[in-house]
Design a protein around this ligand. Structure first.
Ligand code: F6P
Length: 548
């Protein structure tokens, strides 16, 4: 559906006008003007509490943002996604990660075919396989029990599984080892396998297309590594399974398609961790916990579909992101989980958000004249505090932050200095948001007796926006809700920016050029090079360094 340019829409212009009025207002003033702001600018749903009162918005900003969303037909777009319309228009595909967590009995049609029974059939086969491996009923070629699982994949076929494994490690089967190999750098594979016995190792080759160079290179390395010890081609059947949509390539590689867990072209790679791409997750945490995680995703899906926008968590997060990105001109978002188990969450979100919304043309192919997806990055707190937070507090750029924390620790440690270590962790989370918002004025710094020459250095302007997301405990369910929260807020932003959040043509060029370059690197004789002078010189220099 063709749409007028976003920046010419009256709702966009109303926000620009509004920004010229409140854009300079300090959070100190906003809080002073409304003593209940910290209670009111909050929303709660499916176990997540969102405090966005430290964002530089007021009730009018939110009203105008909702109007903008309405003028972009957000509700219709949500309905279109959930009903299987081909909203990924550049690839003519439905976008149905929500079907992966739909309960049995629900009906979601793609080209007239109900996909929910298919989803559950694959889920059941993943569960049956995981039970066999976890119980020891599935043995390796020599009869030894499988103790190690190595998942080979990259991008969407890796980041979700790694993140989920790390996030839910507390729930994992501790007598099994789980590792993930993604990089084509041989070090990744070598380090993952160096201390393992091939007879006890199962490889999951995870690739939607089953043509990804890195994954296939590593899968071939794994095969050689296995055969080196086990000696026999027959071993492959007991030590390799595949996760893919491409049965032909799977069998070409030598994996029996009876040991292939499928998914569908309506699941984007970066939205696939709750499809069969989650096989390593089921193996690690077991079927019940995996289903709990799916239920968490589904709870957020329902919340997104049904909750009025005033309290709709993904809609609010999406709209606040638009405000920060397009009106406050903030180019990045820092995601700061105060939970060590979420250490790979920012990396996971980088693909989810940036591969989805890193686009420069609209659905109609017109160049946008507004900023689209911001740069996502982050590290767990409190580590980040001793590294990059300085720039967030006192640098020249605005970096909106998402703080994520939990009420109950998974590993409570005894008190060392009063309250337990979890209280200390959460005290830091809460204090960071406060410091960013309110800062410390020159007057306050002087009142502390600071030498005049140091006053500018010790002054914090504040007025730096952040949101805080709290949940009771990091459970599989809570993880599902959290991921779906970001998935849907990315969707909301993509709808407003009028871009295709579900393709990724931008990663193709580098892949194509690498094919030419590899031929030039491995050519026996000095190849004739026709690149630019930098690329030509780098190729020659590399060959020289390699060959001595
Ligand atoms: O690098 C781009 C990409 O196409 C991602 O979108 C995808 O998740 C990843 O490669 C891996 O692709 P596949 O699962 O097909 O191996």
């Amino acid at each position: 559906m063709s749409r007028p340019n976003l920046t010419t829409q009256p709702q966009w212009q109303a926000l620009q006008q509004h920004f010229s009025q409140i854009g300079r207002q300090h959070l100190r003033e906003l809080f002073a003007a409304d003593p209940k702001r910290g209670e009111q600018l909050t929303a709660e749903g499916v176990g997540l509490y969102l405090d966005y009162s430290k964002q530089r918005v007021n009730a009018e900003t939110l009203r105008l943002l909702r109007e903008l969303a309405e003028s972009c037909d957000l509700q219709q777009h949500i309905a279109a996604m959930f009903s299987g319309d081909k909203i990924n228009t550049t690839e003519q595909r439905a976008v149905l990660h929500v079907a992966l967590r739909a309960p049995a009995g629900e009906q979601i049609l793609v080209d007239g075919h109900d996909v929910v029974p298919d989803v559950h059939a694959v889920l059941d086969s993943m569960v049956a396989f995981a039970e066999q491996v976890r119980s020891g009923a599935w043995t390796g070629h020599t009869g030894k029990r499988i103790r190690n699982v190595i998942s080979i994949g990259i991008g969407g076929s890796d980041l979700g599984p790694v993140m989920a494994y790390e996030a839910l490690r507390d729930y994992s089967q501790r007598d099994m080892t789980f590792r993930f190999v993604s990089n084509v750098d041989g070090t990744d594979f070598a380090e993952a396998t160096r201390d393992l016995d091939a007879a006890e190792t199962l490889f999951i080759v995870c690739s939607k297309t089953f043509t990804t160079l890195e994954t296939l290179s590593n899968a071939h390395a794994a095969r050689s590594w296995c055969l080196q010890t086990l000696g026999d081609d027959q071993a492959i059947a007991k030590h390799f399974v595949a996760v893919s949509t491409n049965a032909a390539e799977v069998s070409k590689f030598g994996i029996d398609t009876a040991h292939m867990f499928g998914f569908w072209d309506w699941v984007g790679g970066r939205y696939s961790m709750d499809a069969s791409v989650g096989l390593s997750t089921v193996l690690a945490i077991g079927p019940d916990r995996f289903r709990e995680m799916l239920a968490g995703f589904h709870a957020m899906d329902q919340h997104f579909r049904q909750t009025p926008w005033e309290n709709n968590l993904p809609v609010l997060m999406g709209l606040l992101g638009i405000w920060n990105n397009n009106f406050l001109d903030a180019a990045t978002v820092a995601v700061l989980p105060y939970e060590q188990y979420l250490k790979r969450f920012p990396a996971y979100l980088q693909q989810l958000t940036m591969e989805s919304n890193g686009k420069h043309v609209t659905l109609d192919g017109a160049e946008v004249d507004y900023a689209t997806g911001p740069i996502y990055w982050g590290e767990p707190g409190t580590n980040g505090q001793h590294s990059f937070y300085q720039l967030i507090h006192q640098g020249t750029r605005i970096v909106p932050c998402d703080f994520i924390g939990f009420g109950q620790p998974l590993n409570p440690l005894p008190a060392q200095h009063g309250g337990d270590q979890h209280d200390l962790l959460m005290a830091n989370l809460i204090a960071q948001g406060e410091a960013l918002a309110f800062g410390k004025s020159a007057q306050e710094v002087r009142a502390e007796g600071t030498a005049e020459s140091l006053v500018p250095h010790r002054t914090f302007d504040g007025n730096r926006p952040s949101s805080t997301i709290l949940a009771a405990k990091l459970t599989p369910h809570a993880l599902g809700t959290l991921i779906a929260l970001y998935e849907h807020s990315v969707f909301v932003q993509g709808v407003i920016w009028n871009i295709d959040s579900f393709d990724q043509w931008g990663v193709e060029l580098g892949k194509q050029l690498a094919k030419t370059t590899i031929a030039e690197l491995i050519a026996k004789d000095e190849p004739e090079l026709n690149h630019d002078s930098s690329t030509n010189t780098l190729i020659r220099r590399y060959r020289h360094l390699r060959d001595g």
